[in-house]
Design a protein around this ligand. Structure first.
Ligand code: UD1
Ligand code: CA
Length: 420
């Protein structure tokens, strides 16, 4: 279901000083994606199609990380979250619907939480809505000052009184506003006296004062509210995102022997009855079939497709590689840019030499091939159906092995019939 009257505005122009990094905060990665990419994915999962990102610090790099369907506006100087939203005013001048504002560092938010937030807002008919949660450790977050279901004000840590600091309901930084009212109110806010920034949170009280109070939308799962400000937060985000992914796979009938020692990027597909052993690393854009055996200590990189019943064993790395049904790559191998057929046995230590110094070259290994231990396949090369290689064979580039033949040695040569 799409939410065509909602436009998302993601604030990602800040430098992220608290990360203590040369790299801008939103490009740091957790669970296989940048923090900003996670926010964008959740927004898309919630059915929002129009997405605008405010960029500023390291704009070139952030821009390069975004797909072409994302609109961009610039904030030259990071003068605060309120100022960042104002930068989108002219772009959204004609937007008659709602604006969903999100910080670029809310990477743990689930798409379905966002969807219910939007739905509840649309049913309420209120002018604004803010996503909040009760937490044990509210330090650093804006505190929600309420009157019943309405939010009177959001008080930042720096400005909060001792009593206000005791409030454990925090602001997620995620809001829905009617576009025209949001910009109209934003023009009225003043710079914060301590930080000299325009706080977006100050529009909340502006709405209340104009007789259109903003509603609070409290959720139970405080993990989703995490804003990544420091490296400690980044590590927490990784754990939370991993836990979300693991839950999904376990519910789908995948065995993950020890989720804490396993990394599976967001969006990876794994079929029922596959077993993932510890210390396995699976990147984004990977699909694994049913009844496969993966790891321990396997690294499956982007662009790989592992079909039903295949085994990717210990200390095996595959990248941009298709492994056909019931094929076995059990120990100490590297397969890059390879198309591997069905029922292939890849001997321990087999390596595809896929990089010639300039280009990545392809290897094709057809059905029922048997590769002896320590085979090196110099790409581009094809090993035809039912062919075999002897232990230690080095098959040179463009020296394809014909179907049913056996090659041995360095460089590998076909052995004559009858010769062992
Ligand atoms: C903000 C909220 C706080 C809330 C918390 C939730 C304000 C004033 N405070 O605090 O109430 O509890 O998020 O995580 O909004 N950004 C810009 N331009 C700027 C400043 C910031 O684009 O000039 C972007 C940042 O890149 C970041 C996001 O806005 O992605 C939020 O900024 P951040 O500095 O992380 O705000 P917090 O202090 O966490
Ligand atoms: Ca933050």
């Amino acid at each position: 279901m799409t939410n065509s009257n909602v436009c998302a505005l993601i604030l990602a122009a800040g430098r992220g000083e608290r990360m203590k990094s040369e790299l801008v905060k939103v490009l740091h990665k957790a669970a296989g994606f940048s923090i900003l990419e996670h926010v964008i994915q959740s927004v898309k999962e919630a059915g929002v199609r129009r997405i605008v990102v405010v960029i500023g610090s390291q704009a070139k790099q952030v821009r390069a990380s975004l797909q072409s369907d994302i609109e961009i506006v610039y904030q030259k100087k990071p003068l605060g979250t309120g100022h960042a939203v104002l930068m989108a005013e002219s772009l959204l001048k004609k937007w008659r619907g709602e604006v969903l504002v999100l910080p670029g560092d809310a990477s743990c938010l689930k798409g379905k939480t966002l969807r219910s937030f939007i739905e509840a807002h649309q049913e309420s008919g209120a002018s604004g809505r803010v996503l909040t949660a009760q937490v044990d450790q509210p330090f650093g977050y804006g505190r929600v000052l309420r009157q019943g279901k309405h939010v009177v004000r959001i008080r930042e840590e720096l400005d909060a009184s001792r009593e206000e600091k005791l409030i454990c309901e925090i602001n997620s930084g995620i809001y829905l506003f009617s576009a025209s009212e949001l910009f109209e109110k934003l023009h009225r806010i003043q710079r914060n006296k301590k930080k000299h920034e325009y706080y977006l949170t100050d529009v909340i009280s502006a709405f209340g004062e104009s007789g259109k109070p903003v509603e609070a939308h409290q959720i139970d799962c405080s993990d989703e509210m995490l804003g990544v400000n420091t490296r400690i937060d980044l590590q927490k985000a990784h754990q939370i995102l991993m836990a979300h992914e693991m839950e999904k796979h376990l519910a789908n009938g995948v065995t993950i022997v020890n989720p804490i020692q396993t990394v599976i990027a967001r969006g990876v597909k794994i079929g029922q009855d596959t077993v993932v052993h510890p210390f396995t690393w699976i990147d984004r854009d990977v699909e694994i079939g049913r009844q496969c055996e993966i790891g321990p200590f396997a690294k499956i990189r982007s662009g790989s497709r592992i079909h039903d019943g295949a085994v990717i064993g210990s200390f095996v790395e595959v990248v941009r590689t298709r492994v056909g049904k019931n094929s076995r790559v059990k120990h100490l191998s590297y397969l890059g840019d390879t198309i591997l057929g069905e029922d292939v046995n890849v001997g321990a230590g087999t390596i595809t030499a896929n990089y010639d110094g300039k280009l990545k070259q392809k290897t094709v290994i057809e059905d029922q091939v048997f590769l002896g231990c320590n085979t090196v396949l110099v790409a581009p090369v094809t090993i035809r159906k039912k062919a075999k290689t002897g232990a230690g064979a080095v098959v040179l580039a463009r020296h394809s092995v014909p179907a049913g033949k056996t090659v041995v040695g360095v460089p590998a040569k076909i052995i004559k019939q009858g010769k062992k």
